[in-house]
Design a protein around this ligand. Structure first.
Ligand SMILES: Cc1ncc(COP(=O)(O)O)c(C=O)c1O
Length: 397
């Protein structure tokens, strides 16, 4: 039986639901205060706020970035046992996203996925995962000694793209493997395709096991009704989101959100300690704090604007003979319950070129870099950093 539902996806006014003072950036402020105090650093990192940095590097990167490259001194807290500004910053993130706990990740969603899997899966334990899972899922399973039970996602032969897993496929896996310890879902895929996550989460919970979600491409879902439902809104137990991929944080910065109940938080914290450095980069951590505050202040407006821009780009690309930018006409099919229009996938086979050839042309003739290219497609990520100029340049090329 195929179960497909469209309609109200359950979003709430995310920002209005936050209870804490979301204008605060405790971690970022602590860094700035430390720099302003002109403390003499007899601590790591060895470049001592840029003074010992290689000259050419210093000139390009700039004083401020190196001045806040600090270490875990008392007022800057401890990522692995936070009691001060990192604790506060994480609480603000949890408050904004409606999570019971949120954790800052500085080894990307990769680190979050490792920690999530290691938390629920030990040697010999089964975990149900999509066959198109990211390599970090495979890595997490290897590290845990767990046993993957793969669920085949739907494949769109025409586009040559892997879509989501269906409710039926997950149900079949659960029936065949009632001893599975968890299910991991992808929400949405790299190409922005989302399955009916809410219904699948409810199904998995009937087996009283947790749902982990690789939400690397979904840190913005929470802020806009036009986007697929977020993992937390769907009732998932844990999710890891690449804040750096889609929102304003720096590369490597992700968030791990937890819904209390099925997750052993102490074990999760121990696993995060296992997979993350003891020398977290404070510039990265502060960028997570600032990205959260930015979304609290302006998230709905920025994401709505991004969605509108992406829709305009899609429409204009679809008017170009030979190019196809798949969209909502594909909805309501198995494995494709909803989609994120800001992932602009352009199928280029109609112009007789491969995705990689188009990538090369765009890069070297038009100075445009795509996010990824495959045999038939190129993928452009439209984010809050894009505007009309970028849209015009892209469509013009
Ligand atoms: C689907 C998916 N999951 C996880 C990751 C890992 O995310 P990160 O680069 O933040 O470690 C990626 C990265 O591309 C991804 O595409």
């Amino acid at each position: 039986m195929s179960r497909l539902f469209l309609g109200n996806n359950g979003h709430k006014e995310a920002v209005q639901l936050a209870k804490l003072d979301q204008t605060r950036m405790p971690l970022f402020k602590a860094l700035v205060d430390y720099v302003k105090e002109e403390v003499m650093p007899f601590h790591t990192p060895g470049h001592k706020q840029g003074k010992g940095a290689p000259a050419g590097f210093f000139d390009f990167i700039g004083l401020n970035a190196l001045a806040v490259d600090l270490t875990e001194i008392t007022e800057l807290d401890d990522l692995h046992e936070p009691r001060g500004v990192i604790k506060e910053a994480q609480e603000l993130a949890a408050d904004l996203y409606g999570a019971d706990r949120s954790f800052f990740l500085i080894n990307g969603t990769t680190g979050g996925i490792y920690a999530m899997i290691l938390t629920v899966c030990g040697p010999g334990d089964k975990i149900i995962v999509p066959r198109n899972a990211h390599r970090s899922v495979v890595g997490g399973i290897i590290l845990s000694g767990g046993v993957p039970v793969f669920v085949e996602p739907v494949i769109d032969e025409e586009l040559g793209i892997v879509m989501g897993v269906t409710y039926d496929a997950v149900e079949q896996a659960l029936r065949s493997h009632p001893d599975a310890q968890a299910v991991l879902l992808l929400n949405p895929t790299y190409y922005g395709v989302a399955t009916n996550i809410k219904e699948i989460v409810e199904l998995v919970h009937q087996y009283d096991i947790p749902v982990l979600v690789d939400e690397a491409h979904g840190p913005h879902l929470h802020f806009c009704d036009a986007l697929p439902m977020s993992a937390l809104a769907a009732g998932a137990d844990m999710c890891a989101q690449s804040t750096h991929k889609i929102l304003g944080a720096m590369s490597q910065c992700s968030l791990l959100h937890v819904r209390a109940g099925r997750i052993n938080i102490q074990r999760l914290k121990a696993m995060l300690r296992l997979v993350q450095t003891t020398s977290p980069n404070y510039l990265l951590l502060a960028s997570l704090d600032a990205a959260r505050a930015q979304m609290a202040a302006e998230g709905p407006r920025l994401i709505q604007k991004t969605v509108a821009l992406a829709r305009t780009i899609r429409k204009q690309i679809n008017e170009i003979p030979g190019l196809v930018c798949f969209g909502e006409e594909k909805l309501n099919r198995p494995g494709m319950y909803s989609m994120d229009p800001t992932k602009v996938t352009v199928t280029v086979k109609g112009i007789g070129l491969s995705g990689s050839e188009v990538e090369y042309l765009l890069r070297h003739k038009y100075k445009i870099q795509v996010e990824l290219a495959d045999l038939y497609n190129v993928l452009f990520i439209i984010s809050l950093g894009d505007g009309l100029r970028e849209a015009r340049t892209l469509v013009g090329a």
